[in-house]
Design a protein around this ligand. Structure first.
Ligand SMILES: Cc1ncc(COP(=O)(O)O)c(C=O)c1O
Length: 460
């Protein structure tokens, strides 16, 4: 318990009054995730409101949202139909279990997601986050092989620089060293493909780089090393996002599909970032014309409003469980109390309506070229910009690190952008990542990159 004064913001007030008041009195108790806690608490960047493509800071400034929150608010913020759906559902069905019971919203939403997914991906398992979605997909893969009488397939393959959330499954198949090295020995039986980035060969590419297809063949080597009959699944992000935006080399994902199919290995696309229009199609699977066995989704499904994640699986996978278990028995011993939570389902249905009615996936596709052009024309000549990668409505900009202080330069740019240029950007290592709402206009794209230019110049 925190000591001394009783003036914590919630005391004697409504839950929302902390937002009206701007700054909370006490910042100590909240242990912030993936954050420099002490630096933040010394100079907070507090957000108290949001609407459409802007946040509002505690001091009243409108902040251009260059990151759709955390790659999630694809429809923009506080959209009326989503807000109303959440409010009305909270008043009518606050919670209902989905273990052995059901409610209509979860079934309706699963059908809508299956309709958007590639042909034959007909079944949806709900979780509450990308990390849970990843663990769900990995567990389904292992159990699927067991159901099919191939229980020896227990190995999982991920990729260097991959990000698959923070569960033990996700960090085991993930390939970001700081997310792994503090947490023991992780899952056993995991191997990794090499990542696909090579600055010498790929720098300043718009879209998918031409170089790197051969790296998919490393999968053959790993499979030969372990034996195909020991490998359950390969999981990759079609476009690696959190590691600094790495679009796949041309043909690379198709090659992974060919190899996995040939060896009876499941291919899982982690589309937590790339789903729901980020790359100009409902899922990246459609942009790259590859049909995986499972797709993990989260974030954009509710435009970030209510936590939700999940897995879309093929009929073959679903049927293996239905056919492999006796009628009346539980087929898969997995699930979360909040799988298919009514508020998340309502938010998701309203969000999918916005995507459809406003044609936002097509809009993202139409904005890809202006977005890429604005990124390159505003930033490429800056001395400390080492590379710019763009793909759909995503940009990764590598800055030259400050000598002896890796990550400092990009962190400073983020602080500068927020404090002096009224813009939210995201940084990972010394890379700036941009992923605005799909509702961004061309003038907001221009504004983003000209503000970013100034912020980078200041930290040069
Ligand atoms: C590709 C990918 N997978 C999984 C996750 C984890 O999602 P969450 O933070 O909702 O657990 C993320 C989050 O950014 C992600 O980018």
């Amino acid at each position: 318990m925190l000591d001394e004064d009783a003036s914590h913001p919630a005391a004697g007030t409504t839950p929302l009054s902390a937002l009206d008041g701007g700054m909370p009195n006490d910042l100590r108790a909240f242990w912030m995730p993936f954050s420099a806690n002490r630096a933040f608490k010394a100079a907070p960047r507090m957000i108290t409101g949001a609407k459409d493509n802007h946040y509002y800071a505690a001091d009243g400034r409108a902040i251009l949202d260059g990151t759709a929150g955390l790659w999630c608010c694809n429809a923009g913020h506080c959209r009326a139909p989503v807000v109303e759906a959440i409010q009305q559902t909270a008043a009518k069905l606050d919670f209902a279990p989905t273990f052995q019971f059901g409610h209509p919203l979860a079934f309706e939403l699963a059908s809508r997601i299956a309709d958007l997914a590639p042909e034959g991906m007909d079944h949806v398992f709900f979780a509450n986050s990308g990390s849970e979605g990843v663990d769900t997909a990995l567990k389904i893969a292992l159990a699927y092989h067991k159901m099919k009488g191939e229980g020896g397939r227990t190995r999982l393959i991920g990729r260097e620089r991959g990000y698959h959330g923070t569960g033990f499954g996700g960090i085991s198949v993930g390939g970001i060293v700081n997310n792994r090295r503090f947490f023991g020995s992780l899952l056993t039986g995991v191997d990794h493909l090499p990542h696909t980035y090579n600055r010498e060969e790929q720098a300043f590419t718009k879209g998918e780089p031409e170089w790197g297809l051969h790296l998919a063949d490393e999968l053959e080597r790993i499979i030969t090393l372990h034996g195909a009959d020991t490998v359950a699944a390969l999981i990759v992000e079609p476009m690696a996002g959190s590691t600094g935006v790495l679009p796949p080399p041309v043909g690379y994902l198709k090659r992974l599909r060919e190899i996995t199919s040939r060896h009876g290995i499941l291919l899982i696309f982690d589309e937590v970032i790339s789903a729901f229009g980020r790359l100009g199609t409902p899922f990246a699977a459609q942009r790259y014309e590859v049909e995986p066995d499972m797709i993990v989704f989260a974030k954009g499904i509710t435009s970030g409003t209510v936590p939700m994640g999940g897995v879309i699986a093929t009929a073959d996978i679903y049927n293996a469980f239905m056919d492999g278990s006796a009628e009346g028995m539980i087929e898969l011993f997995h699930g979360y109390t909040y799988s298919g939570h009514p508020l998340a389902c309502a938010a998701a249905l309203a969000t999918l309506n916005i995507y459809r009615d406003e044609g936002l996936f097509d809009q993202a596709a139409a904005m890809e070229a202006p977005f890429a052009d604005a990124a390159h024309s505003n930033l490429r000549d800056l001395d400390i910009v080492l590379d710019i990668r763009t793909c759909g409505l995503v940009a990764g900009i590598d800055l030259e690190p400050v000598e002896g202080k890796p990550t400092k330069r990009a962190y400073n740019a983020m602080v500068e952008a927020f404090g002096e240029h009224d813009m939210m950007i995201r940084v990972t290592g010394d890379t700036i990542a941009l992923s605005p709402p799909l509702t961004f206009t061309e003038s907001e794209i221009d504004e983003t990159f000209s503000k970013l230019r100034s912020a980078i110049q200041t930290v040069s």
